[in-house]
Design a protein around this ligand. Structure first.
Ligand SMILES: [Zn+2]
Length: 104
């Protein structure tokens, strides 16, 4: 039981929150945040995103400025334990896109 929270978070599925063991395959994909989400100062950290339509909270990693996902134009990276979870999450994010686009 270490108290290294950030290390632990990097091995938790963003969709089902199941722990991903180091030997398991990891399914990750990048996404773009709408302009309404302020990610300033969050680089390299995990943030929680509230998917209102699904009544669900998911974990997203905000890539550092110099990282590969950032270079590809992604604002956040989702890590999942399986292709199914990745697909469920992608579908959910599609649904939420309208919500994210609404600047408040
Ligand atoms: Zn999962």
């Amino acid at each position: 039981m270490s108290n290294s929270n950030s290390e632990k978070l990097s091995h938790i599925c963003a969709w089902c929150t199941q722990e991903i063991l180091e030997d398991d395959d990891v399914f990750g994909f990048g996404a773009k945040a709408s302009h309404g989400i302020d990610l300033t100062g969050k680089e390299g950290e995990f943030v929680t995103l509230n998917l209102a339509l699904r009544d669900k909270v998911v974990l997203a990693l905000i890539p550092a400025e110099s990282s590969a996902p950032k270079a590809e134009g992604y604002d956040m990276v989702f890590i999942t334990c399986s292709e199914d979870c990745a697909q469920f999450l992608k579908d959910a994010l599609e649904l939420e896109r309208d919500v994210f686009e609404n600047d408040s």
